[in-house]
Ligand binder design. Structure first.
Ligand code: 13P
Ligand code: SF4
Length: 365
């Protein structure tokens, strides 16, 4: 039963310890009715309240397995959409701040993807020869597009497996929205760089000639993550000169040159597992979001491991950072009062097709 709603303004300004206590109290009252999922990029004051932590693959699997009435997603919009799509209809997915989007996901939209498909149709039959593969960092309607056209979703931790699947079915892949993950994965599978072409959605025919389209095995959407573009090959060179015995590990959203110069490339979860599993006393340079790197550096310090952030600039994911303790307390306290705020609901027809593409991915992972 809804009683009075809790106002966000009344939570400000609040002392961090008060917010912490309010979040704990609301969680306690909700008990098993609510579960909090937290991505590795979340700030510490939020991360500590998550019941489950993970990368985007792990959290999408978790979302499909939860029994709780409310799934409170401390992450970004596309993740809460996945939670809604993969959970049962009566479960409710909540994003504590609706402004927590993903600038990379916004670089592809359904109108531009459908236009690309039509334009490709002037050169070849895309439904015969192109598998659309969307990175999970994309809106639900793009996942639905993939579900409808024999395509699939991938994350940074399963992209190689997914691309292999895609090539087993059709000769080409249209990969959106992250060109860097697409290029790195294609390269890992032995596709030469000259057989991967950038599809610029703002140019007619993606800026490509019919010959270039016919030759390409991977068409890379011209999207990128602004956080991971901050990492430069020069950062690695300088660090290696000072730490010749150290290791470099990067997220595949980083540029091709950064990935090529890294000893290891993988998802957020892979980065955490690799460094936690490494020998005591080892040194690491890490190319991914700052909140994750700072937390990891503290966690492995007692084993004498040294973890450094790749860029000299502070580069956090500003949208992940939108989820703050105020918004989390607000969302939870409203649930205690019987009021759902910031529900993420994907339209049923779109969700059904998106689920097809997501389930294909989960079945392969
Ligand atoms: P992961 O799949 O590694 O969690 O990455 C998600 C993301 O948005 C990285 O920028
Ligand atoms: Fe999106 Fe980049 Fe933030 Fe990941 S780090 S959520 S890709 S903007």
């Amino acid at each position: 039963m809804a009683t009075s709603a809790v106002s966000l303004d009344k939570l400000r300004p609040a002392r961090p310890e008060d917010l912490d206590a309010r979040i704990r109290a609301a969680k306690e009252k909700l008990g098993k009715r609510a579960i909090i999922l937290g991505h590795h990029y979340q700030r510490e004051e939020v991360y500590r309240h998550a019941d489950v932590h993970g990368d985007s693959l792990m959290l999408s699997r978790e979302a499909a397995q939860q029994d709780a009435e409310f799934i409170v997603f401390c992450g970004v919009h596309f993740m809460a959409e996945v939670a809604d799509i993969m959970s049962r209809p009566e479960q409710v997915s909540i994003l504590p701040d609706l402004a927590a989007g993903c600038s990379m996901a916004d670089m592809a939209d359904i109108a531009k993807v459908e236009q690309a498909w039509r334009e490709l149709g002037q050169v070849l039959d895309p439904d015969e020869s192109v598998t659309p593969v969307t990175y999970i960092n994309s809106a639900a309607d793009l996942k639905a597009f993939c579900g409808e056209h024999g395509g699939i979703v991938c994350t940074s931790s399963n992209a190689t497996k997914i691309l292999k699947w895609a090539f087993d079915r059709r000769e080409k892949v249209l990969f959106f929205p992250d060109q860097h993950l697409g290029r790195w994965t294609g390269y890992q599978l032995g596709v030469p760089l000259e057989d991967m072409a950038i599809w610029d959605p703002d140019q007619p025919m993606g800026g490509l000639s019919p010959e270039e389209i016919r030759k390409a095995r991977v068409l890379l959407w011209k999207g990128f993550c602004s956080v991971h573009q901050m990492f430069q090959p020069g950062h690695i060179d300088r660090w290696r000169a000072a730490n010749p015995d150290g290791f470099v590990i990067s997220h595949p959203e980083s540029s091709f040159e950064v990935c090529l110069k890294s000893d290891f490339v993988g998802s957020t979860d892979f980065i955490i597992r690799t460094i936690k599993g490494a020998e005591p006393g080892t040194k690491w340079l890490v190319g991914t979001e700052l909140n994750l790197v700072s937390r990891l550096a503290e966690e492995v310090k007692p084993e004498g491991k040294q973890v450094e952030f790749m860029s000299p600039m502070v580069c956090m994911c500003s949208t992940m950072f939108r989820i703050d303790p105020e918004h989390l307390a607000w969302a939870l306290e409203n649930l205690v009062e019987g009021k759902v705020v910031n529900q993420i609901k994907v339209p049923a027809d779109e969700a059904e097709l998106a689920r097809v593409a997501l389930q294909r991915m989960l079945d392969l992972s």
